[in-house]
Design a protein around this ligand. Sequence first.
Ligand code: NAD
Length: 295
Amino acid sequence: MGMTIIDGKQTAEEYKALLKQEVNVLVATGKRPPGLAILLIGNNGASETYVANKLKTCHDVGFNASLFRFENTVSENEILNCINELNFNSSIDGVIVQSPFPNHISPQKINEAIHPAKDVDGFHPMNAGRLQQNKPCYIAATPKGIMQLIEKYKIETQGKHCVVVGRSNIVGMPMSILLSRNSKPGNCTVTICHSKTVDLASYTKRADILIAAIGSPELITAAMVKEGAVVIDVGITRVADKATKSGYKLKGDIKYDEVAAKCSFITPVPGGVGPMTIIGLLQNTLLATKNAIYN
Ligand code: NAD
């Protein structure tokens, strides 16, 4: 049986071209391009990279992106005030705050401060609740990107058993909801596994579609995967590697080489889910510009 590597990078390029076209149409009809505000707290290396990629992709497709930088010691109130101003700023359509946050800043407070109509990360309870109820909403960017990969590669989901490992609000939870909804793609039977799951392998081995969103490099080995499964690797961890210029290597949650040999589809790290996450964010921002979800 053949194995297909899901090319997230190439797919993202195709979606980027579509986004660019849409921006051109907006501008040609006298409207301004989509406006995204990104708040970045501190100087976490991975966050710096993610934000730089988001800014670059915005630039490439013609979005206006503005970066708001804060010291690690910034107060929660200062962040909340900035969000509040952006909520009222008519040239800004979407507001996101790059995670992780310093311990003294509550992710819940931040997520709930962003106006649901500008919540292009889809983390506000209004959007998370509407997702669960199958209502129009901003879908969290990573699961949104994964659903588009599943669609593009014509992966059958109906009636399949999907195992999602990880239950975060950012990836695992919304992913499991999307795949279990009565939709296309969707209609899977979903099992959610997490850090308290006993005998993880007994579940993952039964997955037709396995989605790993753990953050534990190469935790999923070939012995834990069913022959012919579809394997989606969300994990990105920096692992020290003296042989590279940066001093680290990016590792997924899947032991790629041995798992690739027995599955039907697999996403590589990097170049799989990551590029599609940015696309999901930009698509949400475009929807916000058009007032497509809340009007
Ligand atoms: P998180 O830390 O919030 O959640 C991790 C989840 O994994 C938790 O629900 C936990 O219960 C579960 N878990 C931990 N150890 C486990 C174990 N041994 N067995 C089973 N489950 C276990 O992380 P997150 O924000 O959901 O991100 C997960 C990973 O995905 C990270 O590596 C992150 O960097 C990556 N990520 C990638 C993208 C992307 O664009 N590709 C986007 C977001 C997150």
